[in-house]
Design a protein around this ligand. Structure first.
Ligand code: CA
Length: 220
């Protein structure tokens, strides 16, 4: 499962949660409602949401790009950590999932911070670049279809300002990236992007084994 941290047994994971999770009530409600959906595993883990919120505060982030909204746990975590003038451009193609996200954004009174773009994210990102948004974003989170990860990475990197931070989700892919016998399309795409980023002189990086593995890439 990718909605809890991998590599920890259940007892230690429960300890981590009990010793450190400070999940706002609104996020707990969203997490529990999402857990009843068939694709619930696509939701980020609560400790990951808290980690992202901390990074947003640490870096004084104001302008955020999200690729892959699902039911809104990550965008809501980030929105709650942003200052009043903070804004998120959120990309997704699914009307159903994002309608749940919208409901929670409104309930949490952060809906005015979030600009949801319902279209293929590659098109939305290309549109932002055409609209002179290159070098404008402080923070970005990529967590969508893995086949397009490389395209999302390249376009998002252009949209980030130098010093902007990019987070890429699921880079350990439940361990499949390290298994030579695994050659599914998604695994191959993630493995290729991991290899590319390792050698990419445009960014400073750290792959942190939080949740399903997150690459932090700081644009130079
Ligand atoms: Ca994910």
């Amino acid at each position: 499962m990718s909605n809890k941290s991998i590599g920890l047994d259940d007892r230690l994971y429960q300890y981590l949660i009990s010793a450190s999770l400070r999940e706002p009530e609104i996020l707990r409600q969203l997490r529990e409602e999402t857990a009843s959906l068939p694709k619930a595993h696509m939701q980020i883990s609560p400790e990951q949401g808290q980690f992202m919120a901390l990074l947003v505060k640490l870096a004084g982030v104001r302008k955020v790009l999200e690729v892959g909204v699902f039911t809104g746990y990550s965008s809501l975590s980030v929105a709650l950590a942003l200052p009043a003038e903070g804004r998120i451009t959120a990309c997704d193609i699914d009307e159903g999932w994002t309608s749940m996200a919208r409901r929670y954004w409104e309930k949490a009174e952060v809906a005015d911070k979030i600009d949801l773009r319902l279209a293929p994210a590659v098109d939305t990102l290309a549109g932002l670049l055409a609209d002179n948004q290159a070098d404008r974003y402080d923070f970005a989170f990529i967590d969508a279809d893995k086949e397009n990860y490389d395209a999302y990475y390249e376009k998002t990197l252009q949209l980030l300002r130098p010093g902007g931070l990019l987070l890429i989700d699921n880079v350990l892919w439940e361990g499949r990236v390290a298994d030579d016998a695994e050659n599914g399309t998604d695994t191959v795409a993630i493995r290729a992007l991991n290899r590319k980023i390792h050698d990419d002189s445009r960014v400073d990086i750290s792959l942190v084994p939080v949740a399903d593995g997150i690459t932090l890439a700081l644009k130079r």
